[in-house]
Design a protein around this ligand. Sequence first.
Ligand SMILES: *Cc1c(COP(=O)(O)O)cnc(C)c1O
Length: 573
Amino acid sequence: MNPAPLVPSFGYYLARTRIAYFSMEVALRAEMHTYSGGLGGLAGDTARSAADLDLPMIFVTLISRQGYLRQEIGHDGQQIEHPDPWEPKQFALPLRAKIAIPIEGREVWIRPWLYLVHSTLQHRVPVLLLDTDLPENQPEDRQITDRLYGPGDAYRLKQEIVLGIGGMRILEALGFDIRVYHLNEGHAALLGLDLLRRHARLADEKTPDAIRYDTARVRERCVFTTHTPVAAGHDRFPYDLVSRLLGDYIDIAQLRLLAGEDDLNMTLLALNLSGYVNGVASRHAETAARMFPGYRVRSITNGVHLPTWTHLAFAKLFNRQFPSWVVEPELMVRADQLSDSEVWTAHTEAKADLISLVRARTHVRLSPELPILGFARRMTAYKRPDLLFADLARLVAISQQHPFQVVFAGKAHPADNAGRQFIQDIHRHVERLKGKVTVAFLPGYNIELARTLVAGTDVWLNTPVPPMEASGTSGMKAALNGGLNLSVLDGWWVEACIEGVTGWAIGDDRPDHVPSAGALYDKLAVSVLPLYYRDRTKWIWMMKQAISKVASCFNTQRMMRRYVVEAYLAGLR
Ligand SMILES: *Cc1c(COP(=O)(O)O)cnc(C)c1O
């Protein structure tokens, strides 16, 4: 693909744009390292669907010149982290506008770069990538927009100041008339404070009543999507740090009323300044409402951008059967009528691509005859990447009856020691299982690798500790390509799983029940693998059920239509 043409008529976007979507990460394309995982993937798919629907939106994120991390696996199976730089000028256009905001008593200058998301339907949506690497700035401030989720509280807070307050001011400086601000996770919540300053009554005393009055006006304009059902996942900053970085700008006493007594809790701030709060699946909305009593948490379940995640072989099939599937994904409900042989042929092609990729990157040879189990996600404790290996003897026994092979991928955040340990453990298991069960670990999980992986696997495995998986989206990507999910009932899968039809559940759906490895092995040994070998017709029938039921519903086009009507419209009026 060629980079986007860089001569838009900027005035066109200026005149029409009314909704600004803020996200710390956005997965725009594999070569732009402005994302780390699921949150960025969702933001990217949101932008692609916004472009398809020609919505009057703009996206704001950081430029992350040094990326998140490039993953290398050492000889001992350890993750080795490298910077992952990319070249903004290859893909984006630096805008001439520049603004300064005060951080730590200094002026920090920010310049936006413009990237355009192109829809195959001819529409475009602009993205602003905020950059502090300017000669006017002190050396340390030049690095604020370098490392996505870089180390240390101070660095993170500076990034969130640049995103929230900087992003807001840039939009204003460029002349945008924004009515609705959508916060994808709490990172940009400081923008609500900036809005609040504008709406603040001319009153010196900041009583809780006065603040409530002001916030009501801000809340009309802010939409917040929360993604993290664990308290530890929410960004918190000590007030002495906040005061050091933002003391001139913020009234800390007022901030405490909105963001928590003890420290600045970005989720709480976003909750208090947003009129519409969304969880990313219905189970997650329930969990979030329990975590934050007194707040109404709605649920518009996540989706994926169908054309982005559909393998070419399937896209050809869909183009022929449902020519307008990209415009009307609801048509995909008829995918259960596709011919068995065409679905199997398309799957075989996608699987062959995955097998070549694994061979090229790891030298592991997978067989096209054996089912491939795929597990690719952030390596972190609650996702339990090692559950499959809980009982190696049992695993080997299962595979002697019904052979299978496994492909893993995923990065651990550098500060997540348990996550890094999983990667090393998986590599140890790979060695131990050699000659018995073929397991490959693909280093450098990113959206390009994910496309091949989700499309080529037969069974997509997910083993989180409920209710920690807010939604999850990789299982949706697999299902579009006929992949069958074998997953704990959590996140989106609670809504999509029809046992033995769209896939399988591991354990049952009691929210606090944590399914064991035994439940996973039982399902694999009794339901999944025997079906693959003994009743291919029923297997293909399930693939078609998965495609039709998941693609027609769990797509970002449906998601964005709902956001527009249910969340944005109130602020647009
Ligand atoms: C889809 C995707 C994710 C999201 O995975 P889940 O664990 O299902 O939420 C993460 N990383 C990449 C690269 C993806 O493409």
